[in-house]
Design a protein around this ligand. Structure first.
Ligand code: APR
Length: 310
């Protein structure tokens, strides 16, 4: 059986770390692409990853390039190209710069991999997904955004810390847009099946929710240059794995909604089943009045930002 092929566009912090993780997980051969101005850099990072393979013991070809020919026939293409946030910037401040980048990258990708599944990582995430969907003209099951897995992983980290339990016992659900209005869902966040609403007092849960919403900014503030990449790349790798191994994992992802949760015509984070065709199903949770109101508020923030796309 031939190996799967995964292209990662953007050989920066997120892209290169993702390429390393995909190779170590032996999910397929990996092609890293960046702009011509970075000449040599993607190839250099790819070779460095290849030379770790004998030590870690993985068989995956990793190559780096500044042209799209060698991306041809990719099963999955992950787009991490763009500029990251600086301290004090919101994800939304990146809107039109990254929209231009995502549009041109998508055009190139589609030329060489017309049947791929696109996973978008560039921010502001939900709006960039819409740019990729419109530019690619792909069906919605082949355009996904990575945000919810990351936001939920952050929430899981804080829950595990608060209760001093293994992170493996903790599941969390964060829905909505990947921005300040994201909606952590304590009722659907559990420790070995027990909702955290039965394990933690209200004020502690609210503090965890707020730290989750601010999770990206907390890292940006500490790093001073650039934004998070270890957890974002790990989150993307989990989505790639669920698709390529047809695992049908239910993961919170940004998907194009057409009426689900009362939202229409935008990408918003919802629980999604990911398998070999990409998006298999949107899972509809039975939300409380308050949860639904928060989700709709977040969706309208995404809608407003998406409408500002030039
Ligand atoms: N085509 C390909 N690559 C591009 C393009 C383009 N048109 N424009 C920029 N890039 C590349 C840059 O050359 C750089 O190598 O994208 C890479 C981005 O890398 P970093 O600056 O290290 O940014 P990173 O931390 O990886 O974040 C990338 O992911 O999480 C999001 O908000 C983050 O939008 C940002 C993206």
């Amino acid at each position: 059986m031939a190996r799967k092929k995964i292209t990662v566009v953007g050989a920066g912090f997120v892209g290169a770390t993702l390429a390393q993780r995909l190779a170590e997980m032996e999910l397929g051969d990996v092609v890293i692409v960046d702009i011509p101005a970075t000449e040599g850099m993607p190839a250099g990072k790819a070779l460095d990853i290849m030379e770790s393979a004998p030590i870690y013991g993985y068989d995956a070809r990793v190559s780096g390039t500044t042209s799209y020919e060698s991306t041809a026939g990719s099963d999955i293409v992950v787009i991490t190209a763009g500029i990251p946030r600086k301290p004090g910037m919101s994800r939304d401040d990146l809107l039109n710069t990254n929209a231009g980048i995502v549009k041109s990258v998508t055009e190139n990708v589609v030329k060489f991999s017309p049947n791929c599944i696109l996973i978008i990582v560039s921010n502001p995430l939900d709006a960039m997904c819409l740019v990729a969907l419109k530019t690619s003209k792909f069906p919605k099951h082949r355009v996904l955004g990575m945000a919810g897995v990351l936001d939920s992983a952050r929430m899981r980290t804080f829950i595990a810390e608060a209760l001093n339990v293994s992170v493996e016992n903790v599941h969390a659900m964060v829905l909505g847009g990947h921005g300040d209005t994201m909606v952590p869902m304590p009722r659907f966040s559990t420790v070995s099946g027990i909702p955290i609403t039965e394990l933690l007092p209200k004020d502690k849960i609210e503090a965890i929710n707020q730290r989750t919403r601010d999770g990206g900014a907390e890292i940006v503030k500490l790093l001073k240059t650039g934004s998070a990449y270890y957890a974002p790349s790990a989150s993307t790798a989990e989505m790639v794995e669920s698709i390529l191994k047809d695992k049908n994992k239910i993961l919170p992802c940004a998907v194009y909604l057409e009426g689900e949760y009362g939202v229409d015509g935008v990408f918003v984070g919802v629980p999604a089943k990911l398998g070999s065709k990409g998006l298999v199903d949107v899972i509809q949770l039975n939300l409380s009045v308050d949860e639904r109101a928060q989700l709709l508020k977040s969706a309208s923030a995404v809608k407003e930002l998406s409408a500002a796309l030039k």
